[in-house]
Ligand binder design. Structure first.
Ligand code: GLU
Length: 454
């Protein structure tokens, strides 16, 4: 069962950087958080991680909101990091005061040279904390030379452990990591501190994100504690790869697997949701028409640790299956918008043959004509035309008619049905003729059997 939003204290967040378009991997991050919130009666927060003002744009932020709205992933809480800088400054001051955030003056080139020397000597390329040995006077001299510090968090060299809801017991050795830079020399915050401060201030209870953040979590837990807070629960799911098994990179796949591209290609948002909710779980992907239904059966602990792939062929299959279960009332306004609302009998007739919703337009054209029939044997078609029963027609008309044609011509099986299909629809495949025939109607059927465009 899922519960009403806000009936528990669960708060989760989806925190994209508005530096590009969302792709299916990002959509999965948003969806897993959303479903977890809905399942647990919690709240879903959308947080724009836009402290990188060189790469973040308002256009991308708007596009992210549009993409999420398309998926139906409505947020309960919203924040923009660029509007919360004062909170991050305050946290930085607190860490400086307790000696956990210290200034370092090495340039990127110096750090790079040191890393290379360490690697050449077979040592791990960990920052050696030279900056911790600088005296006040050293710092004064460096700043006189015009050097500006970046700021590093002094890690405790101990093992940080947490129980991950997907990965199980995780242990990160602080001694194996460089003290992370939290503030750049131009004064801008890197991702880590703002994210932590927001998670604390918005009372995030569960951080659900990709497994590429596991090591960060070890660092983040230390910083959270240094700020006097308790860490939330963590769940790190395995990342979604592309169909070739390679990671979805923003650059290469942003277009191919962007939500905008999938939307424009005509896929149903719910088909994508249904697929993304089940990828990486032992449960089969099932067609589904509502997020509430998906949330009910959602269990984050069912997500596995192995790599998973997004394959557009899977999406096409789920899309088709979602259309098969779509009731006419849901389809009606969309059919009307496409100018092909021919009523419930039409929808029921064609929906098993749709891959994309817009395919309904083609079937409406085939029902309504004008259509050029394909007649291979005029005599047979004429005999079939002569056997057409009088109207009104219903779902029994087809078997009544084909029974009469069989009697009159002695044909059966494919030799009987295929010429009728070709004459009535111009195609060798399609929805069941039992359902289509009453929609085509006697006049059009008769004309087409005579080889006339109708
Ligand atoms: N903006 C971060 C990212 O996109 C958020 C990571 C997190 O969920 O903490 O990687």
């Amino acid at each position: 069962m899922s519960a009403a939003p806000g009936s528990s204290d669960v708060v989760v967040r989806f925190a994209p950087s508005p530096t590009g378009r969302l792709h299916v991997g990002n959509a999965r991050a948003a969806l897993l958080n959303f479903l977890f919130a809905r399942k647990n009666g919690g709240k879903f927060m959308l947080r724009m991680d836009d402290t990188d003002d060189a790469r973040s744009t308002a256009e991308f932020a708007t596009a992210i909101e549009e993409d999420l709205a398309w998926l139906g992933l409505v947020h309960d809480i919203f924040a923009r990091q660029s509007e919360r800088l004062a909170a991050y400054e305050a946290a930085a001051e607190k860490l400086k005061a307790s000696g956990r955030l210290y200034p370092a003056y090495e340039s990127a080139a110096e750090l790079d040279r040191r890393r290379k020397r360490q690697l050449a000597r077979g040592l791990p390329p960990i920052y050696g904390r030279a900056a911790l040995n600088l005296s006040d006077d050293d710092r004064f001299q460096l700043e006189l030379q015009g050097r500006k510090p970046h700021w590093r968090f002094r890690l405790d060299h101990e093992h940080t452990t947490f129980e991950d809801m997907i990965q199980g017991h995780v242990e990160i050795d602080g001694a194996s990591l460089s003290d992370p830079v939290l503030i750049r020399e131009d004064g801008r915050f890197l991702y880590t501190l703002p994210s932590i401060v927001d998670d604390i201030d918005f009372a995030i209870t569960h951080v659900i994100r990709g497994s590429d953040h596991i090591t960060n979590t070890g660092v983040q837990i230390q910083i959270i504690r240094a700020l006097g807070a308790e860490p939330p629960a963590f769940a790190h799911y395995s990342l979604l790869n592309g169909p070739e098994g390679k990671p979805l990179s923003k650059r290469d796949d942003a277009e191919r697997f962007s939500l905008r591209a999938l939307r424009e290609a005509g896929y149903e948002a719910m088909a994508l949701n249904a697929l993304l909710a089940r990828l990486g779980t032992p449960e089969p992907v099932e067609p589904c028409l509502s997020l509430a239904t998906l949330a009910e059966s959602f269990d984050i602990a069912r997500l596995g640790r192995s790599d998973i792939r997004f394959d557009p062929a899977d999406l096409a299959r789920v899309n088709s299956a979602c259309l098969h279960i779509m009731p006419y009332e849901t389809a009606k306004p969309r059919l009307a918008a496409l100018g092909c609302d021919l009523g419930p009998a039409f929808w029921d007739a064609v929906k098993p043959n749709l891959v994309l919703f817009a395919d309904a337009v083609d079937w409406a054209r085939i029902v309504e004509g004008p259509l050029e029939p394909v007649i291979e044997e005029a005599d047979f078609a004429a005999a079939a035309a002569a056997a057409l029963p009088p109207e009104p027609w219903d779902l029994d008309t087809w078997s009544l008619w084909t029974g009469a044609v069989k009697e009159a011509t002695g044909r059966k099986g494919k030799a009987l049905f295929m010429p009728l299909r070709l004459a009535l629809t111009g195609l060798t495949h399609g929805p069941e003729l039992k359902n289509l025939l009453p929609l085509i109607g006697r006049d059009r059927a008769q004309a087409r059997l005579k080889g006339l465009t109708a």
